[in-house]
Design a protein around this ligand. Structure first.
Ligand code: S3P
Length: 449
C-alpha cells in the first residue's frame, strides 16, 4: 500500500466533534489472552471491530490455537477458554510469532516449563531481535532454550521442570519481566524478580486481580506458584484503547491544531508518561470519565492543542521504560518545539522493530532537521512552525516509525510518499483512516497495489 501525504497549513484551532475509538491496548490484550489461557475461566473480550485488531494480536491468537487453547476472533469480541496451568497441548508445527516481540517473549516464558518441546519463528524484522538474553535469564530457572547462532529466532524451547529463582533483570523490559513471571508460575518453589527501573506493570496487576500468588514488594516481585487463580468461571474483560496508538493521534491533533476526544484510553500510570511530557511541552490535556477494571484505569482523553507553541523536553534514563513506544512520535514533536530536546538512556530503542535511533535520525535529517544520534539517545534541534523538506520516507519496516514520519510529513513543503504503509496494521490498522479524518481526506490518499 502506498500513501501520499499532502501538506496541511493549519492556523485556527478547530474542534472535531466525532470522538475517536482506537485499537485495544496491545500489551493488555496479549496478557488477557495468555494469562486467561492458563486459568480455568471463559473470557469474553469485546472489541470495537475486527478491523481494529492488530496483526500482533492475531499472532497471539494463532499461537494459542496451536497450543490447543479454544480461542476465537469474532467481529465484536474475542473468546478464549482457559485450559489451566499445564493444559497446553504440544503444537504440531512451528509457532509463527510474525512481527510480535511480545508474543515471542511471553511464549518463551509460558513454554519453558511445559512437558514438551516447541519451536518459535517470526518475520524478517522479529528474526533479528535479541532473544538470547531472555533465554539466559530463563535458564536460571532451569529452562533450556536453543536460539539461532546469533541469539535470535528461530528458537527451540525444550520444556523442562522449572525451579523458583531470584533474578535481577539487566535492563528494564516488561516483556522479559513478564516472561520470567509466567515461567515462575510454572516452576516448583517461589521466585523473586527485580527490575532496574519500573516498566509497564500490566502483568502484575492482572495476576493480582485474577488471584494468582503474586506480591509486588520493595525487594521485587514475589511469586508463589502454589496459589490461585481465584477468579470466577466467566469473565468479561473490557480492554481499554492503546495509549501508544493514541499518542500518534494526539501528536497529529497538536500539529494540526485540532481539539479531539479519544474514548476509553488506558491510563495505567506506567504508560502515561507521554501525557506528562506533553503537559511539560505546554499541551493542555484532560482525562474524563475515568474508571477501573481488574486494576487497570481508563478514561477519555481530551486534547486541547497548544496555543503558545511547544517547549522542548529532556527525557532521562529512568523515564525511558515508561514511554519506550512513544519516543519516535516525541522525536517528531521535538522538531516543532522551540529549542533543543534530548533523549538519554534509550539504547533499547536499537532492539525494537528497527534500530529506532538510527532510522529516526536518518529520516529527520532527510526532512532537513538538525539531529544528533547518540549511542543511547538523540538531540533534536527544534524550530517552531517550520516546514520540512519533502522527501521519501524510509521507515525500515517499523510500524511506529511509519506512523511518526507520516505525521511529520503533514508539515512538509510538498507531497510525501510512503511505500509499504500497510506495516501500520502491526499495531494500528486504522491509522491512515483516522489521520485522513483529522487532516481532511484530500491530505492523505491511499493506493492499494
Ligand atoms: C511491551 C513492552 C515493551 C514495548 C513493547 C510491548 C509489553 O518492550 O516496547 O511494544 O507488552 O510488555 P520491552 O519490554 O522489550 O521494552
Amino acid at each position: 500500500m502506498t500513501v501520499t501525504i499532502f501538506p496541511v497549513y493549519a492556523e485556527e484551532i478547530e474542534v472535531v466533534s466525532r470522538p475517536f475509538l482506537l485499537p485495544p491496548d496491545k500489551s493488555i490484550l496479549h496478557r488477557v489472552l495468555f494469562i486467561g489461557s492458563i486459568t480455568r475461566s471463559a473470557f469474553r473480550i469485546p472489541i470495537p471491530s475486527e478491523a481494529a485488531i492488530s496483526h500482533d494480536i492475531v499472532a497471539t491468537v494463532l499461537s494459542l490455537e496451536s497450543l490447543g487453547v479454544p480461542i476465537e476472533l469474532f467481529p465484536d469480541r474475542i473468546e478464549v477458554q482457559g485450559v489451566g496451568l499445564g493444559g497446553y497441548r504440544m503444537p504440531t508445527h512451528v509457532i509463527n510469532c510474525a512481527n510480535s516481540g511480545t508474543t515471542a517473549r511471553l511464549l518463551m516464558g509460558l513454554l519453558a516449563g511445559q512437558p514438551f518441546n516447541a519451536a518459535l519463528t517470526g518475520d524478517e524484522s522479529l528474526s533479528i531481535r535479541p532473544m538470547q538474553r531472555l533465554a539466559d535469564l530463563l535458564s536460571s530457572m532451569g529452562a533450556s532454550i536453543i536460539t539461532a547462532p546469533d541469539g535470535t529466532l528461530p528458537l527451540m524451547v525444550n520444556g523442562k521442570q522449572l525451579h523458583g529463582a531470584e533474578i535481577r533483570l539487566p535492563v528494564a523490559s516488561a516483556q522479559m519481566k513478564t516472561a520470567l513471571i509466567l515461567a515462575g508460575l510454572h516452576a516448583e518453589g517461589r521466585s523473586l524478580i527485580e527490575e532496574p527501573w519500573q516498566s509497564r506493570d500490566h502483568t502484575e496487576r492482572m495476576l493480582e486481580a485474577f488471584g494468582f500468588g503474586i506480591e509486588v514488594t520493595d525487594e521485587g516481585i514475589l511469586l508463589d506458584p502454589g496459589i490461585g487463580p481465584t477468579i470466577s468461571d466467566e469473565i468479561e474483560y473490557f480492554v481499554p484503547s492503546d495509549i501508544s496508538s493514541a499518542a500518534f493521534l494526539i501528536a497529529a491533533a497538536i500539529l494540526l491544531r485540532k481539539q479531539i476526544v479519544i474514548k476509553n484510553v488506558s491510563l495505567n500510570p506506567t504508560r502515561t508518561c507521554f501525557l506528562d511530557v506533553l503537559t511539560l511541552m505546554g499541551v493542555e490535556l484532560e482525562a474524563v470519565n475515568v474508571s477501573e477494571q481488574f486494576g487497570e484505569s481508563r478514561g477519555d482523553i481530551i486534547v486541547y492543542s497548544a496555543n503558545e507553541g511547544l517547549a522542548p523536553f529532556h527525557i532521562a534514563p529512568e523515564d525511558v521504560p515508561l514511554l519506550i513506544d512513544e519516543l519516535p512520535i516525541l522525536a517528531v514533536l521535538a522538531v516543532f518545539a522551540d529549542g533543543e530536546s534530548t533523549v538519554r538512556g534509550a539504547q533499547e530503542l536499537r532492539h525494537k522493530e528497527s534500530d529506532r535511533l538510527s532510522v529516526t535520525t536518518a529520516q529527520l535529517q532527510a526532512f532537513g532537521v538538525q539531529v544528533e544520534e547518540l549511542e543511547d539517545g538523540l538531540i533534536i534541534h527544534g524550530i517552531p512552525d517550520r516546514r520540512l523538506t519533502h522527501t521519501t520516507i524510509s521507515h525500515g519496516g517499523d510500524h511506529r516509525l511509519a506512523m511518526a514520519f507520516s505525521i511529520a510529513a503533514l508539515s512538509c513543503e510538498g507531497p510525501v510518499t510512503i511505500e509499504g504503509a500497510e506495516i501500520v496494521a502491526v499495531s494500528y490498522p486504522e491509522f491512515f483512516i483516522h489521520l485522513a479524518e483529522l487532516s481532511g481526506s484530500e491530505h492523505v490518499t491511499t493506493q492499494r497495489q
